[in-house]
Design a protein around this ligand. Structure first.
Ligand code: XMP
Length: 524
C-alpha cells in the first residue's frame, strides 16, 4: 500500500509526537525517526517532506545533536522547528547565538503572508515561543518571513530550495494559526494530497490481514479497552470465524465491567468474535493474598494473566497468529527513547511473551495514535461509550487498592468508583447542557482508590473504624505529566456523601491534589 509520507526527525524535543499527530490531522501519514537515522534510510523512504523538531541543546555547542548537510540538498522540502530551525541555519551558514532576551510563552508575531507557509493567514497573531538561542543572521539564500519584538527571525525561508525554519512551535495549540501553518507546509510546500484517512485505513487493513492470515487461526486477548476492542473488531471483520477472543476477568475490573464487555462482545452482542470469558477472580485473589509490595502485585497480575491465557490457547489448539494492541506511541517510545528509569512496570494484556505456538504477531494498530485508534473504532461501528473510554490500567483495581488486595476491598473500591464516575459524568453533562461547552475542569482520567488507611469515625451513634477512599482526577495531555483537576466542591461533596452513605466499610473520603510529578496518576 503506497501512501504519502512526511517524516519527523527527532532532536529530543518534548513535542515530537505532537508534531506527527498534527501532520496526520492534515490527513498526511507521518512517522518519527531519531536524528541518528542514516540519511540512506531517509532517501529510501523518499518522504514528501521532512520536519526537524525542537530539542533542549544549543546547536553551536560541541556534541549537540546534528545532521548531515546532505539532508538539505535532497530537493525534499525541510521544515525546521525551534532547535530544528536553528540547526538548519547553523549548518547552512547562518548565525545562531544566545538571545539577549529569552522568549517563553504566548508571543505576538508579525508574518509575511507572501510566504507559502503563511499564505491566507492573518499578518499578525500569537505563537508559542520557548527558546534561549535565536537566529541572529539567516543563512545565505534565506530571508526572514516573521518577527517578534525580540526576535528578528521568528521564521525564515529559502523558497527555491524549499527550506523553511520556524523559531516557534506551530504544533502547540497556543500558536493560534499553528494548524494552518503546518497544513500550508504539507499541502502548499510539499504538495501532499492528503491520502491518510481512517476509512481507507480500515479497508486497507482488512485486505492486508486477509492476505497475511490466509486460512490460519488467530488469537486475541480482549480486555474491553479501546485498543484491544478496535483490534478485535478489525480482525473479526477481516477473518470472521478464524478469530478467537479471550477475555480474562481477573476480578480487578470496574463495577459491572465484565458483564458489560460480555454484553457487547459476547455471543449475544453484535460482533462475532468467538468470545471466551474466563472467570479467574478467585484464582487472582488467591495469588495476591498477603502481597503488599506494588511491583510484586503488578508482576503477579501480569504473570497470572499469561498463565490463564496460555491454558485457553492450549484448549484452542495450534494458533498461527497472536494479535497485539501495540499503538504508535509504544513504538516511538521503545524505538527512540533514552535510558529512563523504570518507574512502574506497565503491562497491558497485549504484552504477551512467545509462549504459544504461533507463527507471528499481528499488530494492526501499530501505526496509529490513540485518537486515530478511536476514529478507526467509530469507522468500525464500535459504540461511542467504548471508543471514548478513559484509560484503565492492565493490572486494574489491583493498583488502586493500596497494600493487600482482597475480594472485599475490590467490592468497596468498585462501589465507590461507580458513584464517583456517575456523579462526575452527570455534572459534566449538566455543565455542557447549560453552557454549550465542556467544563474546563473536565478530567482526562478519574477514579476512586482505596487507601489502606483505616480511621475512627462516628455513624448514627456508633463508633466506626473503616477505610478511607481517595478520589483522583487529573488533567493531562500525554499522561506523562498531569495536574489534579479542579472538580467543583459541590460535586466532590455530593460524591463524598453518597460514598459514605452507600458503601459499607468506608467512613472517610479524600481528594488527591497531587500533580505528576511528584505523584503518579495511579497510586501504585
Ligand atoms: P502513572 O500511574 O504511571 O500512569 O502516572 C500513567 C497512565 O498509565 C496508566 N497505567 C497503566 N496502563 N498498564 C496499562 O495499560 C499498566 O500497568 C499501567 N499503569 C498505569 C494509568 O492509568 C495512566 O493513564
Amino acid at each position: 500500500m503506497k501512501r504519502e509520507l512526511v517524516i519527523v526527525i527527532d532532536f529530543g524535543g518534548q513535542y515530537n509526537q505532537l508534531v506527527a499527530r498534527r501532520v496526520r490531522e492534515c490527513n498526511v501519514y507521518c512517522e518519527i525517526y531519531s536524528y541518528k537515522t542514516d540519511i540512506e534510510k531517509i532517501k529510501e523512504m523518499n518522504p514528501k517532506g521532512i520536519i526537524l523538531t525542537g530539542g533542549p541543546n544549543s546547536c553551536y555547542e560541541d556534541g549537540a545533536p546534528t545532521y548531515t548537510k546532505e539532508l538539505f540538498e535532497l530537493g525534499i522540502p525541510v521544515l525546521g522547528l525551534c532547535y530544528g530551525a536553528q540547526l538548519m541555519q547553523h549548518i547552512l551558514g547562518g548565525k545562531v547565538e544566545k538571545a539577549p532576551v529569552r522568549e517563553y510563552g504566548k508571543t505576538e508575531t508579525k508574518f509575511d503572508t507572501n510566504s507559502k507557509l503563511f499564505e491566507g493567514l492573518s499578518d499578525e497573531s500569537i505563537v508559542w515561543m520557548s527558546h534561549f538561542d535565536y537566529i541572529s543572521q539567516v543563512a545565505p539564500g534565506f530571508k526572514s518571513v516573521a518577527k517578534t519584538n525580540d526576535c528578528p527571525v521568528a521564521a525564515a525561508e529559502n523558497e527555491d530550495k524549499k527550506l523553511y525554519a520556524i523559531q516557534f512551535h506551530p504544533e502547540v495549540l497556543h500558536t493560534v494559526n499553528g494548524k494552518e501553518i503546518l497544513a500550508n507546509y504539507v499541502y502548499n510546500v510539499c504538495g501532499c494530497a492528503g491520502d491518510w484517512k481512517m476509512d481507507s485505513f480500515v479497508e486497507n487493513s482488512i485486505q492486508a490481514i486477509r492476505e497475511k492470515v490466509g486460512d490460519g487461526k488467530v488469537l486475541c486477548a480482549l480486555s474491553g479497552g479501546v485498543d484491544s476492542s478496535v483490534a478485535a473488531v478489525l480482525l473479526a471483520k477481516a477473518i470472521g470465524k478464524q478469530l478467537t477472543c479471550v477475555f480474562v476477568d481477573h476480578g480487578l475490573l470496574r463495577k459491572n465491567e465484565g458483564d458489560e464487555v460480555e454484553a457487547v462482545f459476547g455471543p449475544d452482542g453484535e460482533y462475532d468474535l468467538n468470545f471466551i470469558r474466563v472467570n479467574a477472580q478467585e484464582r487472582y485473589y488467591e495469588k495476591l493474598k498477603g502481597v503488599t509490595e506494588p511491583e510484586a502485585k503488578r508482576k503477579i497480575i501480569g504473570e497470572e494473566f499469561i498463565r490463564v491465557f496460555e491454558e485457553e490457547a492450549k484448549k484452542i489448539g495450534a494458533v498461527d497468529y497472536l494479535v497485539q494492541g501495540t499503538i504508535y506511541p509504544d513504538v516511538v517510545e521503545s524505538g527512540l527513547g533514552g535510558e529512563s528509569a523504570v518507574i512502574k512496570s506497565h503491562h497491558n494484556v497485549g504484552g504477551l511473551p512467545d509462549f504459544v505456538d504461533f507463527k507471528e504477531i499481528i499488530e494492526p494498530l501499530r501505526d496509529l495514535f490513540k485518537d486515530e485508534v478511536r476514529k478507526a473504532g467509530l469507522e468500525l461501528g464500535i459504540p461511542e461509550y467504548l471508543v471514548f473510554r478513559q484509560p484503565f490500567p492492565g493490572p486494574g483495581l489491583g493498583i488502586r487498592i493500596i497494600g493487600e488486595v482482597t475480594g472485599e476491598k475490590v467490592r468497596i473500591v468498585q462501589d465507590a468508583d461507580k458513584i464517583y464516575r456517575d456523579e462526575v459524568a452527570e455534572a459534566l453533562k449538566a455543565h455542557k447542557d447549560a453552557t454549550g461547552k465542556e467544563a474546563d475542569w473536565k478530567p482526562d482520567q478519574y477514579f476512586a482508590a482505596l487507601t489502606n488507611m483505616r480511621s475512627v469515625g462516628v455513624m448514627g451513634d456508633e463508633r466506626t473504624y473503616d477505610y478511607a477512599i481517595a478520589l483522583r482526577a487529573v488533567k493531562t495531555i500525554d499522561f506523562m505529566t498531569a495536574e489534579s483537576s479542579q472538580i467543583p466542591y459541590e460535586v466532590l461533596n455530593k460524591v463524598m456523601n453518597r460514598i459514605i452513605n452507600e458503601v459499607q466499610g468506608v467512613n472517610r473520603v479524600m481528594y488527591d491534589l497531587t500533580s505528576k510529578p511528584p505523584g503518579t496518576i495511579e497510586m501504585e
